[in-house]
Design a binder for this molecule. Sequence first.
Ligand code: Y43
Ligand code: MG
Length: 197
Amino acid sequence: MKELVIATQNKGKIAEFKQILEKKGLIVKSLLDYPDIPDIIEDGTTFSENATKKAETLAKYLNSSVIADDSGLVIDAIDGRPGVYSARYAGETKSDSANIEKVLRELVDVPSEDRTGRFVCVIAVARPNEQTLIFEGSCEGTIATEPRGSNGFGYDPIFYIPELEKTMAQLTSEEKNVRSHRANALKNLFANQADWS
Ligand SMILES: O=c1nc[nH]c2c1ncn2[C@H]1C[C@H](O)[C@@H](COP(=O)(O)OP(=O)(O)OP(=O)(O)O)O1
Ligand SMILES: [Mg+2]
């Protein structure tokens, strides 16, 4: 079985990468398996810059192929915020509940027809001495007025999928993994990287 290291410490992402990639015969490791690696500062202004930095930093450290995911919630009514600042939107503690509360406060007067947005995921594939490859996926939805559901992680409880009449946090992991921005970015990766499909 081929091992794949993902440059993430996010347990929600790790679970989803494992659910999807282990079906492809890959053993998934993450930064949680390499505790002595210093934190990678995400100072980019785009998801692609941050994903590239995370992947290239770890690929250099391990001298092996690495992927990274930089992702977030992009809300139209507040100029695309939180975007690349999704993780720390409400502060350095990276609290999902505080991030959700801050978004809901900002949207308090926004009517339902204007609460459109999307999750975006950019996956970077870094291999030593090779060009880093970028694959993007997104998932359209609207922002609920209150959190619902306890599955998933991050902003899932307020990300509403109209055609399912559920938030992302009300979906099973199987239902999420066929439509999420992360699943769509991986689909683009597999479509372009024959040796991983
Ligand atoms: O499927 C998702 N469902 C809900 N929320 C999500 C999802 N995907 C990303 N998000 C949110 C969580 C976090 O607030 C931010 C990611 O920030 P991001 O820097 O990419 O990840 P992170 O700092 O948690 O871990 P790491 O950088 O080690 O991958 O966007
Ligand atoms: Mg991060």
